[in-house]
Design a binder for this molecule. Structure first.
Ligand SMILES: Nc1ncnc2c1ncn2[C@@H]1O[C@H](COP(=O)(O)OP(=O)(O)OP(=O)(O)O)[C@@H](O)[C@H]1O
Ligand SMILES: [Mg+2]
Length: 251
């Protein structure tokens, strides 16, 4: 479980989070919504201990990670796999090397084992033909798939973190990535892997998530299910949703 307790963070006079509290179970399917700059990526960075809050506490599975050292953070970080905003592949490495990177860094697998694991992942994501391609030779949707394969390579995570996985993709490719996210979260009975998807695309969030949080002015202004989101009376949130529905329809 992830727990934020009165977490505040500011960059100089820019207050990004203001006493944010929430709890998310590892099996939940959560979308964190909000316009650009509201602090969505920052929340993911805080979960991984990549940035520290100015005040408040962050607990991962009951462990207070707020002041852990880099070495101590290794273990709680292993519970997550993150797909960074924009995919962030290594330009100078081919697809195989990109996906193998974490395996080489963090495991003692042999080259043969790495090869098998990489091929298995690529075929699971439907990109086995791209194994020796360079990132620049791939479409945006394929790059996103490689990024997901790479984040899955290291371990079977307790939870996936997706930062804007569909942003910048055409609606069809975005839909495809949403399908993939849903598929990856379906383990056996009682064994599904949850995720947090951070996005400003409400329609994509609706396709994958079951719980929605709306970040506005440093606080979670809404936290509820799809029905509650669609029927919200909050004028601000209503505008956010309708603007996006309208914008996405016109593409
Ligand atoms: N290292 C940093 N130094 C200074 N300001 C920062 C830093 N990182 C983030 N910020 C600021 O914190 C705020 C939140 O950033 P964050 O990246 O979390 O937003 P976001 O909701 O993910 O936005 P987007 O939808 O554009 O990705 C922004 O105003 C940003 O400018
Ligand atoms: Mg962001």
């Amino acid at each position: 479980m992830i727990e934020f307790k009165d977490v505040s963070l500011a960059y100089e006079d820019n207050i990004v989070l203001d006493k944010v509290s929430f709890m998310v179970q590892f099996h939940e399917k959560v979308a964190i919504l909000g316009v650009s700059g509201e602090g969505k990526t920052t929340i993911l960075r805080l979960i991984l201990g990549l940035v520290r809050p100015d005040s408040g506490r962050i607990y991962i599975d009951g462990q207070d990670i707020t002041e852990l050292s880099e070495t101590q953070l290794r273990e709680p970080r292993m519970k997550f796999s993150i797909v960074f905003q924009e995919g962030a592949l290594f330009d100078s490495m081919n697809v195989r090397e990109n996906v193998a990177f974490c395996l080489r860094e963090y495991t003692d697998l042999s080259e043969d084992e790495i090869d098998t694991r990489v091929k298995g992942l690529l075929s699971r994501l439907g990109i086995e033909n791209a194994v020796y391609h360079m990132p620049e030779e791939l479409s945006g949707g394929m790059q996103r798939r490689v990024a997901i394969a790479r984040s899955l390579a290291g371990c079977e995570p307790g939870m996936m973190l997706y930062d804007e996985p569909t942003t910048g993709l055409d609606p069809l490719t975005a839909d495809n990535i949403c399908g993939l996210i849903r598929e990856l979260s379906q383990g056996g009975p009682g064994a599904r892997t949850g995720f947090i998807i951070v996005t400003h695309k409400v329609t994509d969030a609706m396709k994958v998530a079951e719980r929605f949080m709306y970040l506005k002015n440093g606080v979670i202004a809404f936290d509820g299910d799809a029905l509650a989101l669609k029927t919200t009376e909050d004028p601000e949130l209503k505008r956010f949703i309708s603007d996006l529905f309208a914008a996405e329809k016109s593409i």
